[in-house]
Design a protein around this ligand. Structure first.
Ligand code: FE
Length: 216
């Protein structure tokens, strides 16, 4: 069997959105998603492919690339990952609060869902400049809320992201202009808590595997 010479084995693709461009209205408009996903996210993926092709990092999975790269390659790799994750954090017709294991973990760590949401919101509104706000799980299994600058991601600290809010202005300027508070208030209407629940379950199984590996 011959290899197809037109297939580029290192190219990263722009992931499809898990919903239609207008599915998050009225909270995020079709125009916002056209620009945020169709132009900004696409741009990070495209620049990443240009940077990695022919370099020593060629062929690495995206998460590995994030851990091993710096400068422009890190910025574009992390933004490619962060945005793919962010789109999955959102859903139309989402339930208004977590349930199951994530609800219990949030209550245990923050006292209540409302207390967690309030701290996350304050962190998002208070984040100076461009960046991200995360609900994440530490390697020890503790939930935490953290803000990262620019392309920063909790993956670098070995934390498992559970939920992300993009607080770059490009995430909200079309719909909310400079009103980040309005954007963050809207964000809570479209969080996909099923996705958060799956991320927490995956974080737990990774931790169990690591403990088993350390004992064997
Ligand atoms: Fe963004």
């Amino acid at each position: 069997m011959q290899c197809n010479p037109t297939v580029d084995p290192v190219a990263f693709d722009l992931p499809e959105l898990p919903y239609a461009l207008d599915a998050l209205e009225p909270y995020l408009s079709e125009e916002t998603l056209e620009y945020h996903w169709g132009k900004h996210h696409r741009g990070y993926v495209s620049r990443l492919n240009d940077l990695v092709q022919g370099s020593e990092l060629e062929g690495l999975p995206l998460e590995e690339l994030i851990k091993r790269s710096k400068g422009a390659t890190f910025n574009n790799a992390a933004q490619a990952w962060n945005h793919a994750f962010y789109w999955k954090c959102l859903a139309p017709s989402a339930r208004d609060r977590p349930h199951g294991r994530s609800a219990a973990a949030i209550d245990e760590r923050f006292g209540s869902f409302d207390a967690m949401r309030s701290l996350f919101t304050r962190t998002a509104i208070g984040k100076f400049g461009s960046g991200w706000v995360w609900l994440a799980c530490s390697a020890e299994g503790a939930l935490l809320i953290e803000a990262t600058d620019d392309a920063g991601t909790p993956l670098v600290q070995g934390h498992t992201p559970l939920l992300a809010c993009d607080v770059w202005e490009h995430a909200y300027y079309i719909d909310y202009r400079n009103d980040r508070t309005g954007y963050v208030d809207a964000f809570w209407h479209i969080v996909d808590w099923e996705f958060v629940e799956r991320n927490l379950a995956a974080a737990g199984s990774h931790r169990d595997d690591a403990i088993k590996g350390a004992r064997s």
